[in-house]
Write a protein that binds this ligand. Structure first.
Ligand code: ARG
Length: 473
Protein backbone atom coordinates (compact mmCIF):
# COMPACT_ATOMS: atom_id res chain seq x y z
CA UNK A 1 0.00 0.00 0.00
CA UNK A 2 1.46 3.38 -0.99
CA UNK A 3 1.48 6.44 1.19
CA UNK A 4 -0.99 8.31 -0.99
CA UNK A 5 -3.61 5.57 -0.95
CA UNK A 6 -3.34 5.29 2.83
CA UNK A 7 -3.83 9.04 3.16
CA UNK A 8 -7.11 8.93 1.27
CA UNK A 9 -8.39 5.81 3.06
CA UNK A 10 -11.31 6.46 5.39
CA UNK A 11 -10.38 6.49 9.11
CA UNK A 12 -13.75 5.42 10.49
CA UNK A 13 -12.59 1.89 11.32
CA UNK A 14 -10.08 0.59 13.79
CA UNK A 15 -8.54 -1.32 10.88
CA UNK A 16 -7.69 1.97 9.20
CA UNK A 17 -5.85 3.08 12.32
CA UNK A 18 -4.08 -0.10 13.33
CA UNK A 19 -5.09 -2.90 11.02
CA UNK A 20 -2.86 -2.39 7.97
CA UNK A 21 -1.88 -6.04 8.01
CA UNK A 22 -5.38 -7.37 8.72
CA UNK A 23 -7.47 -8.77 5.90
CA UNK A 24 -10.80 -8.80 7.75
CA UNK A 25 -12.70 -6.54 10.10
CA UNK A 26 -13.27 -7.57 13.72
CA UNK A 27 -16.25 -9.86 14.31
CA UNK A 28 -19.28 -8.10 15.80
CA UNK A 29 -18.71 -10.10 19.01
CA UNK A 30 -15.08 -9.01 19.03
CA UNK A 31 -16.24 -5.41 18.80
CA UNK A 32 -18.59 -5.94 21.72
CA UNK A 33 -16.02 -7.47 24.01
CA UNK A 34 -13.21 -5.19 22.88
CA UNK A 35 -14.73 -1.74 22.69
CA UNK A 36 -14.39 0.54 25.71
CA UNK A 37 -15.84 3.68 24.15
CA UNK A 38 -19.15 3.08 25.96
CA UNK A 39 -17.45 3.99 29.23
CA UNK A 40 -14.07 5.55 28.45
CA UNK A 41 -15.72 8.46 26.68
CA UNK A 42 -15.67 9.95 30.17
CA UNK A 43 -11.94 10.49 29.57
CA UNK A 44 -12.47 12.74 26.56
CA UNK A 45 -11.36 15.99 28.22
CA UNK A 46 -8.22 14.37 29.66
CA UNK A 47 -7.49 12.74 26.30
CA UNK A 48 -7.65 16.08 24.51
CA UNK A 49 -5.53 17.78 27.17
CA UNK A 50 -2.95 15.02 26.88
CA UNK A 51 -2.89 15.26 23.09
CA UNK A 52 -2.48 19.04 23.13
CA UNK A 53 0.45 18.74 25.54
CA UNK A 54 1.95 16.00 23.37
CA UNK A 55 1.61 18.07 20.19
CA UNK A 56 3.21 21.11 21.83
CA UNK A 57 6.11 18.98 22.99
CA UNK A 58 6.55 17.34 19.56
CA UNK A 59 6.83 20.78 17.97
CA UNK A 60 9.12 22.16 20.69
CA UNK A 61 11.44 19.21 20.06
CA UNK A 62 11.35 19.68 16.30
CA UNK A 63 9.53 16.40 15.69
CA UNK A 64 6.52 18.02 13.99
CA UNK A 65 6.25 21.49 12.45
CA UNK A 66 4.68 24.42 14.22
CA UNK A 67 2.07 24.58 11.47
CA UNK A 68 1.08 20.97 12.13
CA UNK A 69 1.04 21.64 15.86
CA UNK A 70 -1.30 24.59 15.42
CA UNK A 71 -3.60 22.61 13.15
CA UNK A 72 -3.68 19.73 15.65
CA UNK A 73 -4.44 21.99 18.61
CA UNK A 74 -7.15 23.91 16.74
CA UNK A 75 -8.65 20.60 15.55
CA UNK A 76 -8.64 19.12 19.06
CA UNK A 77 -10.32 22.23 20.45
CA UNK A 78 -13.01 21.95 17.77
CA UNK A 79 -13.53 18.32 18.75
CA UNK A 80 -13.86 19.32 22.39
CA UNK A 81 -16.58 21.74 21.33
CA UNK A 82 -18.35 19.00 19.35
CA UNK A 83 -18.29 16.70 22.36
CA UNK A 84 -19.51 19.41 24.70
CA UNK A 85 -22.43 20.37 22.48
CA UNK A 86 -23.29 16.69 21.89
CA UNK A 87 -22.74 16.51 18.13
CA UNK A 88 -19.71 14.19 18.33
CA UNK A 89 -20.50 10.61 17.29
CA UNK A 90 -18.85 8.04 19.58
CA UNK A 91 -18.28 5.03 17.36
CA UNK A 92 -17.79 1.54 18.82
CA UNK A 93 -16.03 0.48 15.61
CA UNK A 94 -13.25 2.79 16.80
CA UNK A 95 -12.84 0.91 20.07
CA UNK A 96 -12.02 3.62 22.53
CA UNK A 97 -11.92 7.34 23.20
CA UNK A 98 -8.34 7.63 21.95
CA UNK A 99 -9.08 6.22 18.49
CA UNK A 100 -12.39 8.07 18.29
CA UNK A 101 -10.75 11.43 18.85
CA UNK A 102 -7.76 10.66 16.65
CA UNK A 103 -9.97 9.52 13.78
CA UNK A 104 -12.11 12.62 14.04
CA UNK A 105 -8.99 14.79 14.09
CA UNK A 106 -7.71 13.16 10.91
CA UNK A 107 -11.14 13.63 9.32
CA UNK A 108 -11.08 17.30 10.23
CA UNK A 109 -7.47 18.30 9.52
CA UNK A 110 -6.07 15.47 7.37
CA UNK A 111 -2.30 14.93 7.12
CA UNK A 112 -1.32 16.87 10.27
CA UNK A 113 -3.73 14.75 12.29
CA UNK A 114 -1.87 11.63 11.20
CA UNK A 115 1.29 13.00 12.81
CA UNK A 116 -0.14 13.36 16.34
CA UNK A 117 0.46 9.74 17.31
CA UNK A 118 4.23 10.05 16.73
CA UNK A 119 6.31 8.97 19.74
CA UNK A 120 3.38 7.78 21.80
CA UNK A 121 1.07 4.77 22.07
CA UNK A 122 -2.39 4.24 23.40
CA UNK A 123 -0.67 2.50 26.30
CA UNK A 124 0.99 5.64 27.67
CA UNK A 125 -1.95 7.72 26.45
CA UNK A 126 -4.59 5.85 28.44
CA UNK A 127 -2.34 5.70 31.52
CA UNK A 128 -1.90 9.49 31.32
CA UNK A 129 -5.60 10.20 30.75
CA UNK A 130 -6.62 7.98 33.63
CA UNK A 131 -4.08 9.48 36.02
CA UNK A 132 -5.39 12.95 35.22
CA UNK A 133 -8.93 11.72 35.86
CA UNK A 134 -8.10 10.01 39.17
CA UNK A 135 -6.10 13.01 40.41
CA UNK A 136 -9.19 15.17 39.88
CA UNK A 137 -11.35 12.53 41.59
CA UNK A 138 -9.07 12.67 44.64
CA UNK A 139 -9.61 16.43 44.79
CA UNK A 140 -13.37 16.01 44.55
CA UNK A 141 -13.37 13.42 47.32
CA UNK A 142 -11.35 15.77 49.49
CA UNK A 143 -13.75 18.65 48.96
CA UNK A 144 -16.80 16.51 49.73
CA UNK A 145 -15.18 15.02 52.82
CA UNK A 146 -14.28 18.50 54.04
CA UNK A 147 -17.87 19.65 53.56
CA UNK A 148 -19.08 16.65 55.55
CA UNK A 149 -16.61 17.41 58.35
CA UNK A 150 -17.93 20.96 58.40
CA UNK A 151 -21.51 19.77 58.89
CA UNK A 152 -20.41 17.35 61.62
CA UNK A 153 -18.53 20.13 63.41
CA UNK A 154 -21.54 22.45 63.36
CA UNK A 155 -23.72 19.70 64.80
CA UNK A 156 -21.05 18.71 67.35
CA UNK A 157 -20.81 22.28 68.55
CA UNK A 158 -24.56 22.53 69.07
CA UNK A 159 -24.55 19.28 71.06
CA UNK A 160 -21.21 19.58 72.86
CA UNK A 161 -22.88 19.12 76.25
CA UNK A 162 -25.77 16.87 75.35
CA UNK A 163 -25.49 13.49 76.98
CA UNK A 164 -26.15 10.24 75.17
CA UNK A 165 -25.36 6.63 75.92
CA UNK A 166 -21.98 5.46 74.72
CA UNK A 167 -22.03 1.83 73.64
CA UNK A 168 -19.71 -1.12 73.50
CA UNK A 169 -21.12 -4.36 72.11
CA UNK A 170 -24.15 -2.14 71.43
CA UNK A 171 -24.81 -2.37 75.16
CA UNK A 172 -24.96 0.87 77.13
CA UNK A 173 -21.42 1.39 78.42
CA UNK A 174 -20.80 4.91 79.71
CA UNK A 175 -22.45 8.24 79.09
CA UNK A 176 -20.80 10.38 76.43
CA UNK A 177 -21.73 13.62 74.75
CA UNK A 178 -23.26 13.69 71.30
CA UNK A 179 -20.66 16.25 70.28
CA UNK A 180 -17.91 13.83 71.23
CA UNK A 181 -19.55 11.00 69.31
CA UNK A 182 -19.85 13.13 66.17
CA UNK A 183 -16.23 14.22 66.49
CA UNK A 184 -15.21 10.57 66.16
CA UNK A 185 -16.44 10.74 62.55
CA UNK A 186 -14.65 14.04 61.97
CA UNK A 187 -11.42 12.17 62.80
CA UNK A 188 -12.25 9.25 60.49
CA UNK A 189 -13.04 11.55 57.60
CA UNK A 190 -9.84 13.48 58.32
CA UNK A 191 -7.84 10.28 57.90
CA UNK A 192 -9.76 9.55 54.71
CA UNK A 193 -8.77 12.94 53.35
CA UNK A 194 -5.14 12.24 54.13
CA UNK A 195 -5.39 8.91 52.30
CA UNK A 196 -6.73 10.65 49.19
CA UNK A 197 -4.03 13.30 49.37
CA UNK A 198 -1.29 10.69 49.84
CA UNK A 199 -2.68 8.81 46.85
CA UNK A 200 -2.82 12.01 44.78
CA UNK A 201 0.78 12.82 45.66
CA UNK A 202 1.96 9.32 44.74
CA UNK A 203 0.18 9.36 41.38
CA UNK A 204 1.54 12.79 40.49
CA UNK A 205 3.93 11.40 37.85
CA UNK A 206 3.35 11.42 34.12
CA UNK A 207 3.44 8.22 32.01
CA UNK A 208 3.32 10.07 28.67
CA UNK A 209 6.34 9.34 26.48
CA UNK A 210 6.73 5.78 27.74
CA UNK A 211 5.12 4.96 24.39
CA UNK A 212 4.15 1.29 23.97
CA UNK A 213 6.46 0.17 26.79
CA UNK A 214 10.08 0.78 25.83
CA UNK A 215 10.25 4.54 25.39
CA UNK A 216 10.86 6.03 21.97
CA UNK A 217 13.66 6.80 19.54
CA UNK A 218 12.32 10.33 18.98
CA UNK A 219 14.06 13.14 20.90
CA UNK A 220 11.04 13.87 23.12
CA UNK A 221 10.94 15.98 26.27
CA UNK A 222 9.03 14.06 28.91
CA UNK A 223 9.60 16.72 31.53
CA UNK A 224 7.80 19.20 29.30
CA UNK A 225 4.65 17.12 28.87
CA UNK A 226 4.67 16.28 32.57
CA UNK A 227 4.83 20.00 33.40
CA UNK A 228 2.18 20.96 30.83
CA UNK A 229 -0.23 18.44 32.32
CA UNK A 230 0.39 19.54 35.90
CA UNK A 231 2.35 16.48 37.02
CA UNK A 232 5.30 16.85 39.37
CA UNK A 233 7.60 14.80 37.11
CA UNK A 234 7.63 12.07 34.45
CA UNK A 235 7.47 8.44 35.60
CA UNK A 236 10.98 7.00 35.84
CA UNK A 237 10.47 3.65 34.10
CA UNK A 238 8.64 3.26 30.80
CA UNK A 239 7.59 -0.34 31.47
CA UNK A 240 6.15 0.61 34.84
CA UNK A 241 4.52 3.69 33.33
CA UNK A 242 2.28 1.64 31.02
CA UNK A 243 1.62 -1.32 33.31
CA UNK A 244 0.99 0.43 36.60
CA UNK A 245 -2.54 0.80 37.90
CA UNK A 246 -1.58 1.24 41.55
CA UNK A 247 -2.97 4.75 41.37
CA UNK A 248 -6.43 3.36 40.65
CA UNK A 249 -6.03 0.87 43.49
CA UNK A 250 -4.91 3.70 45.78
CA UNK A 251 -8.03 5.64 44.90
CA UNK A 252 -10.30 2.61 45.29
CA UNK A 253 -8.72 1.62 48.60
CA UNK A 254 -9.18 5.14 49.95
CA UNK A 255 -12.73 5.17 48.61
CA UNK A 256 -13.49 1.76 50.14
CA UNK A 257 -12.30 2.85 53.58
CA UNK A 258 -14.28 6.08 53.30
CA UNK A 259 -17.33 4.08 52.23
CA UNK A 260 -16.93 1.86 55.29
CA UNK A 261 -16.85 4.95 57.53
CA UNK A 262 -19.93 6.31 55.80
CA UNK A 263 -21.62 2.95 56.23
CA UNK A 264 -20.95 2.88 59.96
CA UNK A 265 -22.36 6.37 60.32
CA UNK A 266 -25.35 5.42 58.17
CA UNK A 267 -25.96 2.35 60.33
CA UNK A 268 -26.06 4.57 63.41
CA UNK A 269 -28.53 6.88 61.70
CA UNK A 270 -30.74 3.90 60.82
CA UNK A 271 -30.58 2.62 64.38
CA UNK A 272 -31.09 6.01 65.99
CA UNK A 273 -34.08 6.73 63.77
CA UNK A 274 -36.00 3.65 65.01
CA UNK A 275 -38.88 4.38 67.39
CA UNK A 276 -37.06 2.15 69.92
CA UNK A 277 -34.04 4.44 70.00
CA UNK A 278 -35.77 7.64 68.96
CA UNK A 279 -32.53 9.62 69.07
CA UNK A 280 -32.92 11.30 65.73
CA UNK A 281 -35.49 12.46 63.28
CA UNK A 282 -34.07 12.27 59.77
CA UNK A 283 -35.15 14.98 57.36
CA UNK A 284 -38.36 13.87 55.69
CA UNK A 285 -36.82 14.60 52.29
CA UNK A 286 -34.35 11.75 52.83
CA UNK A 287 -36.85 9.15 54.03
CA UNK A 288 -39.77 7.35 52.48
CA UNK A 289 -43.15 6.08 53.59
CA UNK A 290 -44.59 2.62 53.18
CA UNK A 291 -47.33 1.82 50.72
CA UNK A 292 -49.10 -0.43 53.22
CA UNK A 293 -48.01 0.69 56.69
CA UNK A 294 -49.11 4.29 57.15
CA UNK A 295 -47.03 4.86 60.29
CA UNK A 296 -43.69 4.08 58.65
CA UNK A 297 -40.90 6.48 57.90
CA UNK A 298 -38.03 4.56 56.41
CA UNK A 299 -34.45 5.84 56.43
CA UNK A 300 -33.83 4.84 52.80
CA UNK A 301 -30.99 7.25 52.06
CA UNK A 302 -29.05 6.10 55.12
CA UNK A 303 -29.71 2.46 54.26
CA UNK A 304 -28.44 3.05 50.73
CA UNK A 305 -25.28 4.75 51.97
CA UNK A 306 -24.75 1.66 54.13
CA UNK A 307 -25.49 -0.68 51.23
CA UNK A 308 -23.49 1.11 48.57
CA UNK A 309 -20.29 0.55 50.54
CA UNK A 310 -20.52 -3.00 49.16
CA UNK A 311 -20.16 -1.72 45.61
CA UNK A 312 -17.13 0.40 46.34
CA UNK A 313 -15.41 -2.44 48.22
CA UNK A 314 -16.32 -4.77 45.36
CA UNK A 315 -14.67 -2.52 42.78
CA UNK A 316 -11.44 -2.54 44.79
CA UNK A 317 -11.52 -6.36 44.99
CA UNK A 318 -12.33 -6.61 41.27
CA UNK A 319 -9.33 -4.55 40.18
CA UNK A 320 -6.95 -6.26 42.60
CA UNK A 321 -8.08 -9.52 41.04
CA UNK A 322 -7.71 -8.25 37.47
CA UNK A 323 -4.15 -7.11 38.11
CA UNK A 324 -2.82 -9.91 40.27
CA UNK A 325 -1.55 -12.22 37.54
CA UNK A 326 -0.71 -9.76 34.78
CA UNK A 327 2.74 -9.95 33.25
CA UNK A 328 4.45 -6.68 32.33
CA UNK A 329 3.72 -4.51 30.51
CA UNK A 330 0.29 -3.58 29.12
CA UNK A 331 -2.42 -6.22 28.71
CA UNK A 332 -5.96 -5.59 27.58
CA UNK A 333 -7.21 -6.87 30.93
CA UNK A 334 -6.27 -3.42 32.18
CA UNK A 335 -9.15 -1.90 30.25
CA UNK A 336 -11.28 -3.45 33.03
CA UNK A 337 -9.98 -0.76 35.41
CA UNK A 338 -12.39 1.92 34.27
CA UNK A 339 -16.00 0.91 34.82
CA UNK A 340 -15.39 -0.01 38.44
CA UNK A 341 -13.39 3.15 39.05
CA UNK A 342 -16.04 5.40 37.54
CA UNK A 343 -18.83 3.67 39.43
CA UNK A 344 -16.86 3.80 42.68
CA UNK A 345 -16.24 7.52 42.27
CA UNK A 346 -19.86 8.27 41.35
CA UNK A 347 -21.11 6.17 44.25
CA UNK A 348 -18.72 7.66 46.77
CA UNK A 349 -19.45 11.24 45.75
CA UNK A 350 -23.20 10.63 45.93
CA UNK A 351 -22.92 9.02 49.37
CA UNK A 352 -20.73 11.83 50.73
CA UNK A 353 -23.16 14.48 49.55
CA UNK A 354 -26.24 12.59 50.76
CA UNK A 355 -24.73 11.97 54.19
CA UNK A 356 -23.86 15.63 54.64
CA UNK A 357 -27.38 16.65 53.63
CA UNK A 358 -29.00 14.09 55.96
CA UNK A 359 -26.92 15.25 58.91
CA UNK A 360 -27.57 18.86 58.14
CA UNK A 361 -31.32 18.33 58.22
CA UNK A 362 -31.50 15.81 61.07
CA UNK A 363 -33.07 16.72 64.40
CA UNK A 364 -31.51 15.14 67.47
CA UNK A 365 -33.83 14.45 70.40
CA UNK A 366 -31.49 15.46 73.22
CA UNK A 367 -33.98 14.73 75.99
CA UNK A 368 -34.53 11.23 74.72
CA UNK A 369 -30.79 10.62 74.37
CA UNK A 370 -30.16 11.84 77.89
CA UNK A 371 -32.90 9.59 79.16
CA UNK A 372 -31.36 6.60 77.37
CA UNK A 373 -27.94 7.45 78.79
CA UNK A 374 -29.24 6.95 82.32
CA UNK A 375 -30.61 3.48 81.74
CA UNK A 376 -28.40 0.43 81.89
CA UNK A 377 -26.56 1.67 85.01
CA UNK A 378 -24.18 3.57 82.79
CA UNK A 379 -22.44 5.28 85.72
CA UNK A 380 -21.31 2.06 87.42
CA UNK A 381 -17.72 2.86 86.39
CA UNK A 382 -18.08 6.27 88.01
CA UNK A 383 -19.07 4.61 91.30
CA UNK A 384 -16.01 2.35 91.14
CA UNK A 385 -13.73 5.28 90.20
CA UNK A 386 -15.14 7.31 93.10
CA UNK A 387 -14.33 4.52 95.58
CA UNK A 388 -10.78 4.47 94.24
CA UNK A 389 -10.31 8.24 94.13
CA UNK A 390 -12.04 9.26 97.34
CA UNK A 391 -11.78 6.18 99.55
CA UNK A 392 -8.52 4.68 98.37
CA UNK A 393 -10.16 1.34 97.50
CA UNK A 394 -8.10 -0.76 95.02
CA UNK A 395 -9.76 -0.67 91.60
CA UNK A 396 -10.45 -4.42 91.34
CA UNK A 397 -12.23 -4.35 94.70
CA UNK A 398 -14.12 -1.18 93.78
CA UNK A 399 -15.22 -2.86 90.55
CA UNK A 400 -16.74 -5.71 92.61
CA UNK A 401 -18.60 -3.31 94.89
CA UNK A 402 -20.02 -1.39 91.90
CA UNK A 403 -21.08 -4.69 90.29
CA UNK A 404 -22.98 -5.64 93.44
CA UNK A 405 -24.61 -2.21 93.44
CA UNK A 406 -25.80 -2.85 89.87
CA UNK A 407 -27.21 -6.24 90.91
CA UNK A 408 -29.00 -4.64 93.86
CA UNK A 409 -30.50 -1.91 91.66
CA UNK A 410 -31.72 -4.59 89.30
CA UNK A 411 -33.33 -6.52 92.17
CA UNK A 412 -35.10 -3.36 93.32
CA UNK A 413 -36.01 -2.40 89.76
CA UNK A 414 -34.39 1.01 90.01
CA UNK A 415 -31.44 2.82 88.49
CA UNK A 416 -28.05 2.80 90.08
CA UNK A 417 -28.31 6.46 91.07
CA UNK A 418 -31.77 5.82 92.58
CA UNK A 419 -30.43 3.37 95.17
CA UNK A 420 -31.20 4.83 98.61
CA UNK A 421 -28.24 5.87 100.83
CA UNK A 422 -28.94 2.95 103.18
CA UNK A 423 -28.73 0.43 100.34
CA UNK A 424 -25.41 1.87 99.19
CA UNK A 425 -24.03 1.84 102.73
CA UNK A 426 -25.16 -1.74 103.15
CA UNK A 427 -23.12 -2.69 100.09
CA UNK A 428 -20.02 -1.06 101.49
CA UNK A 429 -19.83 1.14 104.58
CA UNK A 430 -17.33 3.43 102.87
CA UNK A 431 -19.97 4.70 100.44
CA UNK A 432 -21.42 7.97 101.74
CA UNK A 433 -23.62 10.72 100.32
CA UNK A 434 -20.58 12.19 98.55
CA UNK A 435 -21.00 9.53 95.87
CA UNK A 436 -24.14 11.27 94.59
CA UNK A 437 -21.84 13.80 92.93
CA UNK A 438 -20.67 11.23 90.37
CA UNK A 439 -23.73 9.08 89.79
CA UNK A 440 -25.60 11.46 87.48
CA UNK A 441 -24.83 11.27 83.77
CA UNK A 442 -23.90 14.96 83.51
CA UNK A 443 -21.38 14.59 86.32
CA UNK A 444 -20.10 11.45 84.72
CA UNK A 445 -19.32 13.08 81.39
CA UNK A 446 -18.03 16.26 83.03
CA UNK A 447 -15.49 14.18 84.95
CA UNK A 448 -13.97 12.56 81.85
CA UNK A 449 -11.52 15.37 81.25
CA UNK A 450 -8.56 13.36 79.99
CA UNK A 451 -7.20 14.45 76.59
CA UNK A 452 -9.56 13.21 73.88
CA UNK A 453 -12.23 12.48 76.51
CA UNK A 454 -15.93 13.22 76.47
CA UNK A 455 -16.11 16.09 79.00
CA UNK A 456 -17.80 19.09 77.38
CA UNK A 457 -14.77 21.32 78.04
CA UNK A 458 -12.56 18.84 76.16
CA UNK A 459 -15.15 18.50 73.40
CA UNK A 460 -15.23 22.28 72.87
CA UNK A 461 -11.43 22.34 72.69
CA UNK A 462 -11.49 19.39 70.29
CA UNK A 463 -13.96 21.17 68.04
CA UNK A 464 -11.76 24.25 67.88
CA UNK A 465 -8.70 22.10 67.20
CA UNK A 466 -10.52 20.14 64.48
CA UNK A 467 -11.56 23.39 62.77
CA UNK A 468 -7.91 24.43 62.71
CA UNK A 469 -6.66 21.03 61.53
CA UNK A 470 -9.28 20.30 58.93
CA UNK A 471 -11.01 23.46 57.79
CA UNK A 472 -8.30 26.09 57.70
CA UNK A 473 -6.42 26.15 54.41
N1 ARG B 1 -8.93 1.08 25.57
C1 ARG B 1 -7.63 0.69 26.07
C2 ARG B 1 -7.67 0.65 27.61
O1 ARG B 1 -8.54 1.24 28.15
C3 ARG B 1 -6.59 1.66 25.64
C4 ARG B 1 -5.23 1.10 25.50
C5 ARG B 1 -5.20 0.16 24.36
N2 ARG B 1 -3.91 -0.26 24.05
C6 ARG B 1 -3.68 -1.28 23.23
N3 ARG B 1 -2.48 -1.61 23.01
N4 ARG B 1 -4.66 -1.95 22.70
O2 ARG B 1 -6.85 0.03 28.25
Amino acid sequence: MTKTSEKSEPVRTARALWGGHFATDPAPLMQRINASIGFDKRLWAEDIRGSIAHARMLAACGIISETDRDAIIAGLKEIAREIEEGSFVFDPALEDIHLNIEARLIERIGEAGRRLHTARSRNDQVATDLRLWVKAACDRADRLLRALQEVLLVRAEAHAEDVMPGFTHLQVAQPVTLGHHLLAYVEMFGRDRSRFSDAARRMDECPLGAAALAGTSFPIDRAMTARELGFARPMANSIDAVSDRDFVLDYLASAAITAVHLSRLAEELVLWATPQFGFIKLPEAFTSGSSIMPQKRNPDAAELVRGKAGRVIGHLMALLTVLKGLPLAYSKDMQEDKEGLFDAADTLELCLAATAAMLEGARFDSARMREAAAIGHSTATDLADWLVRVKGVPFREAHGIAARAVRRAEELGCRLEELPDAELRALDPRIDAGVRAVLGVERSVASRTSFGGTAPIRVREAIAAARRRFLEP
